[in-house]
Design a protein around this ligand. Sequence first.
Ligand SMILES: N[C@@H](CCC[C@H](N)C(=O)O)C(=O)O
Length: 276
Amino acid sequence: MIIPFRKMHGLGNDFVVLDARGAALPISPARAAAIADRRTGIGCDQFIVMEPGGAGADLFMRIRNPDGSEAGACGNATRCVASLAMDESGLDGATVRTVAGDLPSERLPDGTVRVDMGAPALGWQAVPLAREADTLHLPLAAAGVSDPAACSMGNPHATFFVPDLAALDIARIGPLLEHDPLFPDRANIGFVQVLAPDHLRLVVWERGAGLTLACGSGACAALVNAARRGLSAREATVSLPGGDLRIAWRDDGHVLMAGAVATAFTGMVDLDAFPA
Ligand SMILES: N[C@@H](CCC[C@H](N)C(=O)O)C(=O)O
């Protein structure tokens, strides 16, 4: 079965996007993982399938990591597929339905796309954690880092605050922390250096994906956790290796994320060339 795909990205956090709105596609976790693999497939940080949205949504977005696991949220992919939906409708707004909820997006005058990621969940059961703990100060540490804060943005995040990101070996400690028994569903692990109350520098070790150039939900979690700790304002620029996101934690609890999106290229993929 040969079908078209799009390669999209938000700040270098890249996605293979398939369109299953017209007809269901035979995508197993193994097939998604093989296509997402940069050595054997097209390669991407997340494998995205657009499905029919149903009433009240422009489309449903299914998210898989390169290890085949399904994720509840992907902020950058949400902005990418919302941008596609807006291109199709000619409107400046679109709602993307995910397993974690409906996410309204809008195109801003400067061409960037802003998504309302909803309210973070701050309770330990919601993250989720394996046992009761204060999500503002998790009992968790690894070489050079300790005392993270956690929240869910529809997916689990822990955020460490460090004086110098360059001093960390994130490729070594990231996987250890992702798989810590405190996280029954594993977790995305963010490392934040506070540059100013309105400017955070962030690197994320993503669950099921590893180091990425940007993680939208991780940027939201970083701002939420920094603000909860009194380390930042409720609105800040979050600088990631791939570029900047503007994050605002509104007084009504919703977190807004704005940034660039792009289509890198389009092509055709033979699904039968990958494991069923
Ligand atoms: N890149 C994403 C997050 C993708 C999912 C994550 N790895 C998970 O497993 O929760 C983003 O932009 O939010």
